[in-house]
Design a protein around this ligand. Structure first.
Ligand code: ATP
Ligand code: MG
Length: 411
C-alpha cells in the first residue's frame, strides 16, 4: 500500500530534536517571566474576519497565505500569526481593566501558505510577546530588551537589531503622498505586487524584494524622499527617547529606513532582528507598535507593542542539543522485582527503565550502557539481602549498597 507522507511545508519534530525545542521553550518561560510576562494560549483557528481586520487585507498574509475553510457556514482560518488572537482574547476577557502594563507571551504553531524553502514552512512555530497599555517609549525599549535577552539566553549573539519609525497616521499620510508622487513616473516598471501596493499600501513598496523595484527605489530623487525626516515632532521625540534608552542599556541597533514590516497595523516603532549567519531567510524576529489595533478590533483604546520570533530559524542557529540519557536502567532477570524497583526510582524523581522482555543478563547490561548513566543491578543475592549493585556506566565503577540508599545516590 502507498504510504502517506507528511504535507509539503510541514515537518515532524522528532524526539531527537526535542531537547532543542525544550531548551527554546524553557528559556522563553524563564526570561519572559523575569520581565513580569504571563503566558497565554489562544486557539489555533479563529474567525477569518479577525485576520482580515487584525492583520490587514492589503498584506500578503491575508491576501495569499491564509488557510481558510468553511464549517457550518462560518469562515474560519488557521492562525497565520498570534497578535490578532491575543488582542481578541485581551478584549474579550476585559484585560484592559488589569493594571497596565499587561505583558503576555505565547508560543505555538502558525500556518501560512507560502512556497516552502530553507527557513520557510507552511506550518512553523513562533514565540512572541505583546505588551498592552503603555504609550511611552519605555515599553518599546523593554520589548526590544526582552527579545535581545531571550536571544542571548539561547546563546545567539551574531545578530543585528534594525530599527525604524513609521510615524503616526497623521505624519505618515504626507509621507505616502510624497512617496507616491516621486514613484509615479516609474509605476509601469514596478513589479506586479508593487503596482497593486502603490494605491493600497504605498509604504509596503519599500519592503519589495524584487531587484527591478529596488533599482528604481535607489534613484536619488526617491532616496531623498525615503531619507527625508517625515515624522512629526511627537513621533520624532518618541523615537529619540527609545534610542536613548537602548543606548543606555547597551543595545546596538541600526536604523533601516526601508523597514516597514508586512503588517498594516504598525505605527511608530518597528524593528527586526536579523542573523548574520542565515541565508536569505535571515529575519529571526519582527515586531512593532500597534496602538490602533485594540480599538480597531472593538476594544477600548489601548496602546500596544510586541514581537514574534520564528522558532525553526532560531533552532537552525542554535544547532544540535544532545538527548539526555536515562539516569538508571534496572538490570535483572527477576521481572517482578525489576518493575517494582523501576517504579520506585521514578517515584523518587529518577528517570528509569527496565527490560520489558526479560532478555539475558548480559544483553540487558549492554542495553543499559547505551541508554543510561547507571545500571542498577538486581541479582538473586541483592534481592535476598535487600540490596542493589550500582554500576556507573561512564567509569565502570560499581558498588553494592542498601536498597534505600539508591534513591539519594542517584537523585
Ligand atoms: P519574512 O519576511 O521572512 O516572510 P514576515 O515578515 O512574514 O517574515 P513575521 O510575520 O514578522 O514574518 O513573523 C515573525 C517571524 O516569524 C519571522 O521573522 C520569521 O522568523 C518567522 N516566520 C515567518 N514566516 C515563516 C515561515 N513561513 N516559516 C518559518 N518561519 C517564519
Ligand atoms: Mg512573510
Amino acid at each position: 500500500m502507498a504510504i502517506i507522507k507528511v504535507q509539503k511545508g510541514t515537518k515532524d519534530i522528532l524526539p531527537a530534536e526535542m531537547p532543542l525545542w525544550h531548551f527554546m521553550e524553557t528559556k522563553a518561560q524563564e526570561i519572559f517571566t523575569k520581565y513580569g510576562a504571563k503566558e497565554i494560549r489562544t486557539p489555533i483557528f479563529e474567525a477569518t474576519e479577525l485576520f482580515a481586520r487584525g492583520v490587514g487585507d492589503t498584506t500578503d498574509i491575508v491576501n495569499k497565505e491564509m488557510y481558510t475553510f468553511e464549517k457550518s457556514d462560518r469562515s474560519l482560518t488557521l492562525r497565520p500569526e498570534n497578535t490578532a488572537g491575543v488582542v481578541r482574547a485581551f478584549i474579550e476577557n476585559g484585560m484592559h481593566r488589569l493594571s497596565a502594563p499587561v505583558k503576555l507571551w505565547y508560543k505555538g504553531p502558525m500556518f501560512r501558505y507560502e512556497r516552502p524553502q530553507a527557513g520557510r514552512q507552511r506550518q512553523f512555530h513562533q514565540v512572541g510577546i505583546e505588551v498592552f497599555g503603555i504609550k511611552q517609549p519605555t515599553a518599546d525599549a523593554e520589548v526590544i530588551l526582552m527579545a535581545v535577552n531571550y536571544l542571548k539566553a539561547l546563546g545567539l549573539n551574531d545578530l543585528t537589531v534594525e530599527l525604524n519609525s513609521l510615524g503616526c497616521p497623521n505624519c505618515r499620510e504626507e509621507f505616502k503622498t510624497r512617496l507616491k508622487a516621486v514613484i509615479k513616473p516609474y509605476l509601469a516598471n514596478l513589479c506586479e505586487d508593487c503596482q497593486s501596493r502603490y494605491d493600497k499600501n504605498p509604504l509596503r513598496l519599500l519592503d519589495c524584494k524584487s531587484t527591478e523595484c529596488q533599482e528604481i527605489f535607489a534613484k536619488p530623487e526617491i532616496q531623498e524622499v525615503i531619507h527625508g525626516d517625515f515624522i512629526c515632532e511627537e513621533c520624532a521625540d518618541h523615537f529619540e527617547k527609545l534610542k536613548n534608552y537602548l543606548d543606555a542599556l547597551g543595545i546596538k541597533y541600526e536604523r533601516n529606513r526601508l523597514l516597514v514590516r508586512g503588517l498594516d497595523y504598525y505605527n511608530r516603532t518597528v524593528f527586526e532582528i536579523k542573523s548574520n549567519s542565515l541565508g536569505s531567510q535571515n529575519a529571526v524576529c519582527g515586531g512593532g507598535r500597534y496602538d490602533s489595533l485594540v480599538k480597531n478590533l472593538g476594544g477600548e483604546d489601548t496602546p500596544a507593542i510586541g514581537f514574534a520570533m520564528g522558532m525553526e530559524r532560531l533552532a537552525s542557529l542554535i544547532g544540535e542539543k544532545t538527548e539526555e540519557k536515562l539516569k538508571a536502567y534496572v538490570v535483572s532477570n527477576n521481572t517482578l522485582e525489576a518493575v517494582k524497583l523501576t517504579e520506585e526510582l521514578r517515584n523518587n524523581g529518577i528517570t528509569a527503565e527496565f527490560d520489558l522482555t526479560n532478555k539475558k543478563f548480559v544483553k540487558q547490561l549492554e542495553k543499559a550502557s547505551k541508554v543510561a548513566d547507571y545500571a542498577v543491578i538486581l541479582g538473586e543475592d541483592e534481592i535476598s539481602g535487600n540490596q542493589v549493585t550500582v554500576k556507573n556506566l561512564n567509569t565502570s565503577e560499581q558498588k553494592t549498597i542498601k536498597k534505600e540508599e539508591i534513591f539519594n545516590l542517584l537523585r
